[in-house]
Design a protein around this ligand. Structure first.
Ligand SMILES: *Cc1c(COP(=O)(O)O)cnc(C)c1O
Length: 403
């Protein structure tokens, strides 16, 4: 998005504010679908937890996407946004049988990731087809090494438990209609991804009634110069060929599914903050913005690097700054970063602020969560109001104390 547009949005809607570029979301969606255009049936299920604003979900609905959800509340958001239940997959971890039954009763595809729930669900509802989440125990070791790891991960059913899984399916007479993996951030390169896919294909051969194979996500987008970005086109070529070959052997055209979050929305987002104070200490120049880890926790939680641009003074002389927030806790966004000269009241734009930013925001320090704006068809649309004091107190129950 243009710098001047972002400045205007900060002026019109105040700061801090999240801004999302619908064109970028759309082009990432199209890039991914066209990378797999050699497969007959492809389904992208956008991972709601990355950015769960209803207007963003509606945008995905208009693109023909499905949804990947991890809580019954995300399922409800998807239904409100107009998705059909059959276009939603429920992929939770460690939730109760009751919650899974609720999702199933709404007509949503359920995905079970442990044997205890699989056995209970299969016994009670043998007629509801179920997808199973497999843990292939694959991760990248070093740059190109493939190693077996994460045996202790809490996600998925271990491939070593397939014999037990098959016994449960046989005993309950339930139907398995999908096989799924999501190895998350472990998978950095294509060879590792393809290696894990082979394990999924091998597992799939055990089931006669499959409709889809879901390869999860874990696609990388660059956050800073030199970062790895998943080569989607190359992955598309290689996995499509292998998938089509598998379907031929299997004797049925299955659907190839993915559930990306970050890849689709990360780069579309900018987080705009205003500089309250420029504070010089004996060793550092701090730029203190009107935000903190209450609004964007990734740098403090994961050590993520979000590029920061001074959009009020883009051509200024570059100087070194530590960009920090205004909450009473260490809330460093960036250490010792070269940014063009910052003055108080300048607007700083944090890049890659689409995924896991607003959706992880809190009210810590009793601050309001920011507004969200969608830039769509050359117009700014407010898609979430900034909170007000009402929101801070609305669920609090005051009791009286004798004096
Ligand atoms: C979070 C999540 C995703 C999305 O992961 P990204 O890294 O954002 O692409 C996909 N599938 C499941 C099951 C998830 O929990």
């Amino acid at each position: 998005m243009k710098r001047t547009t972002l400045l205007q949005i900060a002026k019109d809607y105040g700061s801090p504010v999240y801004v999302y570029d619908a064109d970028k979301i759309q082009s990432q969606y199209q890039r991914l679908t066209s990378a797999f255009n050699k497969v007959k049936h492809v389904k992208l299920n956008y991972a709601v937890k990355a950015l769960s604003n209803i207007s963003v979900l509606k945008l995905f609905n208009s693109l023909g996407s499905g949804l990947d959800t991890v809580s019954i509340q995300e399922v409800q958001l998807g239904l409100i946004a107009g998705f059909k239940p059959e276009d939603i997959i429920f992929t939770p971890n460690g939730v109760s049988l009751t919650e899974i039954e609720k999702a199933a009763s709404l007509g949503v595809q359920i995905n079970i990731d442990n044997l205890s729930i699989l056995e209970q669900f299969g016994t009670k509802h043998p007629k509801t087809p179920v997808c199973i989440r497999i843990n292939p125990h694959v991760m990248a070791g070093g740059n190109t090494n493939i190693s077996v790891g994460h045996i202790d991960s809490k996600f998925g059913i271990s491939i070593h438990q397939i014999p037990h899984l098959l016994r449960i399916v046989e005993n309950t007479k339930m139907t398995i209609n999908g096989i799924h993996m999501h190895t998350g951030s472990d998978i950095l390169d294509i060879d590792v991804f393809l290696y894990a896919s082979e394990i999924l294909f091998e597992t799939a051969k055990n089931f006669k009634n499959l409709e889809f194979i879901d390869f999860g996500s874990g696609f990388k987008v660059p956050y800073k110069v030199g970062d790895i970005e998943t080569n989607i086109e190359e992955l598309g070529d290689k996995l499509s060929e292998r998938f089509n070959e598998f379907c031929k052997d299997y004797g049925k055209q299955l659907t190839l599914a993915f559930e990306p979050g970050k890849f689709l929305v990360s780069e579309a987002g900018s987080f705009l903050t205003k500089v309250n104070v420029v504070k010089q200490t004996t060793s550092t120049v701090f730029a203190q913005v009107d935000s903190g880890f209450n609004h964007l926790i990734r740098p403090m939680l994961y050590g993520s690097q979000h590029d920061i641009i001074n959009i009020s003074n883009p051509k200024g002389r570059e100087r070194f700054y530590s960009v920090v927030g205004y909450i009473c806790e260490t809330d460093t966004f960036a250490n010792n970063r070269r940014i063009s000269e910052i003055s108080e009241d300048d607007i700083l734009a944090f890049k890659n602020a689409g995924a896991y930013c607003y959706s992880m925001a809190s009210n810590y320090n009793s601050r309001y969560r920011p507004a969200e704006v969608l830039w769509y068809k050359n117009k700014a649309h407010l898609i979430r109001k900034r909170e007000t004091f009402e929101d801070i107190i609305k669920n609090q129950v005051e009791i009286s104390f004798a004096s």
